[in-house]
Design a protein around this ligand. Structure first.
Ligand SMILES: Cc1cc2nc3c(=O)[nH]c(=O)nc-3n(C[C@H](O)[C@H](O)[C@H](O)COP(=O)(O)OP(=O)(O)OC[C@H]3O[C@@H](n4cnc5c(N)ncnc54)[C@H](O)[C@@H]3O)c2cc1C
Length: 373
């Protein structure tokens, strides 16, 4: 009998397995893949400030650094966020995290698909018929989580399509806001990988949407790889049942506005590990994860509302917003650190209209929350 069975060895699962092993628990980490991280399903960007959550130093899996995130409106007006961003080689990053979990003492079961779990008995059923038992189960098996489905949950998912193409050296990541592209308004991105001489160019949606974006914005480069995946839109209705908890994409913890899920994967892994530790030591009657997680991820709801509020605007209205913030540079990740932006936005005549009231309200709630997440 294991103390904890972790299903899925992506960034969330490997971080949870490692953290719990380091606490002294007997942990098994199961993944359906023989080699984790492949095929790549990521634009590979991570704010440097988020990196410590993984408790490892930047290593050979870094493929470049960028200085800015530029948000581009349909008429090419734009604002920039300053903040160091690390570009990863995502497959190597996932394999590095898995290596850390293994070195911390977790047992690895690779190439074995989990068919389902029983959240009350702690049984994990593998495709081959074998059953693993544990006192607690961590579902870290990505957006279409089997563990989630075993406890009656399904994430709301949006498809994402991406190509990696040749790209010149660049210190900026680009995010395009365009109502005319499906799954807009925040729809498309370009993430340059300077050491590789390429960029990940992608969108919320399918390949025809990506082709429309590439042609509309005249993006040029030679495609070297095609990939894609699914991104959860908003937190799962529940994050735990019995002895089972959901972390990372399995719990829908990805930022629903940007699609960024690496930081939330590590953060939720740590919060879950802490809650499981207290449960296994007998300090709590059950695993007290859900409320702690929802408190920590208070901004998820705001991101979803921001997405919906922007979706209610036409491209003309988005351009008016673009004009209000054009040329501004935010000093960092947190909007609360940018009073000038709020001030400029409030004073701009194009903004002082009832239609934008929900956006302004959201902006203030962001400021009050004091965090991006
Ligand atoms: C196109 C695209 C671009 C993205 N770009 C970024 C970005 O630039 N920055 C960022 O922060 N986030 C990005 N994301 C989101 C990010 O990739 C995810 O949030 C992140 O991978 C979540 O990690 P995870 O460990 O929760 O899940 P995953 O990385 O999906 O790992 C889940 C693991 O579970 C395994 N598994 C699944 N089902 C089973 C099963 N039944 N049995 C056993 N094992 C199973 C899988 O093999 C996999 O190894 C992007 C997503 C997409 C689709």
């Amino acid at each position: 009998m294991y103390s904890v069975a972790v299903v899925g060895a992506g960034p969330a699962g490997s971080t949870a397995a490692r953290t719990l092993s380091e606490m002294g628990y007997k942990v098994v980490l199961i993944d359906r893949k023989e080699v984790v991280g492949l095929p790549k399903q990521c634009a590979e960007g991570l704010f440097a400030a988020c990196f410590p959550e993984f408790s490892t130093s930047p290593g050979e899996f870094i493929t470049g650094k960028v200085r800015y995130l530029k948000v581009v409106f349909p008429d090419q007006t734009s604002y920039r966020l300053r903040g160091d961003l690390l570009m990863l080689d995502r497959p190597r990053f996932d394999q590095h995290l898995l290596g850390l979990a293994e070195r911390s003492g977790a047992d690895l079961v690779l190439g074995q698909k989990v068919e389902g779990i029983d959240p009350y008995s702690g049984e994990v059923r593998l495709r081959g018929g074998e059953t693993i038992r544990a006192k607690a189960i961590v579902g870290a098996d990505g957006p279409a989580s089997r563990v989630g489905r075993s406890i009656g949950l399904r994430n709301r998912l949006v498809p994402a399509a991406q190509v990696e193409m040749t790209w010149p050296c660049d210190d900026t990541i680009y995010a395009y806001i365009d109502r005319d592209l499906p799954h807009g308004p925040y729809s498309c991105w370009i993430f340059p990988k300077n050491e590789a001489g390429t960029a990940n160019v992608g969108c919320f949606g399918t390949f025809p949407t990506l082709e429309r974006f590439i042609s509309k914005y005249e993006i040029e480069g030679e495609v070297v790889e095609k990939n894609g995946g699914a991104i959860p839109l908003g937190l799962a209705a529940r994050l735990q049942k019995g002895r089972a908890v959901l972390i990372g994409d399995a719990g829908g913890l990805t930022n629903p506005f940007t699609g960024g899920g690496l930081y939330p994967a590590a953060r939720s892994a740590r919060i879950a590990a802490g809650a499981i530790d207290r449960y296994l030591r007998g300090e709590t009657k059950g695993i007290e994860y859900e409320s702690a997680m929802r408190r920590d991820f208070v901004a998820s709801d705001l991101h979803l509302k921001a997405r919906d509020a922007l979706a209610g605007l036409s491209n003309r209205e988005l351009c008016r917003l673009g004009a209000a913030v054009d040329g501004l540079i935010f000093p960092g990740l947190k909007l609360s650190a940018s009073p000038i932006l709020v001030w400029r936005g409030l004073l701009h005549p194009g903004i002082m209209r009832p239609k934008y009231a929900p956006l302004l309200k959201l902006l203030f709630r962001y400021c009050l929350a004091g965090k991006v997440w």
